[in-house]
Each structure stands twice: as structure tokens, then as C-alpha cells.
Design a protein around this ligand. Sequence first.
Ligand code: AVI
Length: 323
Amino acid sequence: MNVVSALHELRDLSPGKEEFRASVLAGLSASPKTLPCKFFYDAEGSRLFDLICELPEYYPTRTEVALLTARAAELAALAGPGAALVEFGSGAGVKIRLLLEAMREPSLYVPVDISRGHLLAAADGLAEDFPGLPIAPVCADYTAPFLLPAPSGQPPRRWAGFFPGSTIGNFTPPEATAFLAGAARLLGPGSLMIVGTDLPKEPAVLIPAYDDAAGVTAAFNLNLLARINAELGGEFDLAAFRHEARWNAAESRVEMHLVSRHNQSARIGASRFTFAGGESIHTENSYKYAADAFRRLADDAGYRALRFWTDPAGLFGIHVLEV
Ligand code: AVI
């Protein structure tokens, strides 16, 4: 039985095929060519991303999980009893368990994710493990405004936003500021916001994390072209593109690209796109924020910084902010 769908109504505000088509056609018509990374996460992309999180080279997930495990009691104390949690980009729902287990009487959990199947599967698992916890999944692109579900009983004592995984690094800094400001409006004054951020470090660590030996990240990147073929009638030859990860030091970000192996063209319906050999489609940015740089960004978005924690090797950080 689908526990969540039996108990809760899913709000589906996810982008439709037309938005996908319009973004792809616009991105491939631009110079340099780009594709928005939010479209990585169809069912296959979400499956591949879960595999990435387990790769030996991809340190962010295990480092953040260790940090959250060590700090769960402090986070729970900051949130207080009866708080309601909103998770932006809830994915597999692994990290939220650490918070929910430590919290006293959480009153509501609102997972927000763009991938419907993934969202429901994770919410089903949580409903089984936390019987009695109201769960109200929202399938949405959380960069666009949406409303929080109304709690059925008493209003929560405090809302707490949770945005782990350094997903904020997939926005440009102005987009990250706008997202944080939007989350502050959504959650309201007095709310907490817990944000996981990857820290800058040497390319010898960063590049393998985004170009792993097993080729999972390459498959994740190329899946975007497979998705265009499957959903938009595209005719991309996946073997004619290769995955590349680049460290852009000036912008403090890892970039992912799909590089054309030779001169070629590819059709999507009536549109034809040409690629020179070596030309790339820029598919993702992953910004790495030093603690101070992120605090300035949060300050611009209207937050007060409460805490910052990092691991002994200084790989990853967790910021606790207050609206
Ligand atoms: C989801 N996001 C934080 C990941 C990252 O590290 O930027 C996506 C990813 N791309 C390649 N590997 C992981």
C-alpha cells in the first residue's frame, strides 16, 4: 500500500513537459550552450544521483551525514519541541531521519522535491518509520513560489527549513540569495534554516568527486540527453558526447559539461542544433562557499547566522540561520 498517498494528498506543482522543452530549446540556442541541472532528476537521474552519494570519491554526502549525526541533538534543541520541518529537495530522505529522530514531537514534515516517484517512495518509507508524524509531500520546483500545506491541528511552534547536500551550490549566487529570501518569506519570522554547503578545496579532491572512476557521474550527466530523446523526441547520439568536470577557480565552482566528440548536429523535433568538435553543453555549476562568503549571502537574504559547523578536515559545512 502507498502509505503516504493513503494518508496525505500530494501537491503536484512539478514542471511539465512544455517547461522542459522550452528550457532545452532556449539553452541549446544560447552561446555557450547550457541545459538547466534541475532536469537531471527524472527517475533514472534520481537513481544515479543516489549512487553518486555512495561513491568513494563523492565526499559531501558521508561528510554531511557524519556532521548531522554529531549535531542532531543541538539542531533539535535549536528547533525546539513541536517544530515543523520543510525539506527542500528531499531526495532519498536519509538525512531528515537524523533530525526527526533527535527532535521532540515534530509536528509536520513537508518534503519538497521535483521528482514525483522519488518523493513518494521516500515519504512512504518515512511514514512507516515515524508513525503518527504528519507528512505532506509537495512535488515542486522549489525555486518557484509555492505555499506550505496548512497543518491540520495547532500551528507549529516553529518552522524549520532544511536544505542539505550543498544543493544551494547548484544555484548561481544571485539565485541562491533569491532562493534563501523566498524561503524566509515562506517559513516566516522566527524560523530556522539549516543549509549544507560544500567548502572550497583543492581540485585534486573536487574533480574526482565529479568525474568518478566508475563513470556514474558521467552516466548522470549523459542521462540529460537520454531524457531529451525520450521525452522531447530528441535524436542525440549519447556516444558522441563525453562528460567533463572542470574547476573554475575564479567562480569557486565545479562545472559539469557534455563535450561534443566531433562536429555533429542533433534534432529535437523541428529544431536542429549543431555542435563543433570540442564544443560543450554546460549542464551544472556546483559552487563551493567558504563559511564567510556564505554568511554574507545569507545576510543579504535577510538571515542572522546562528551556528556554523564543519568536519575535522574542513570538507563540508552546515550553517544554521534564523529568519
Ligand atoms: C545535488 N547537488 C548538490 C550535487 C552537487 O554536488 O552539486 C549534484 C551532483 N552533480 C554531480 N555530482 C553530484
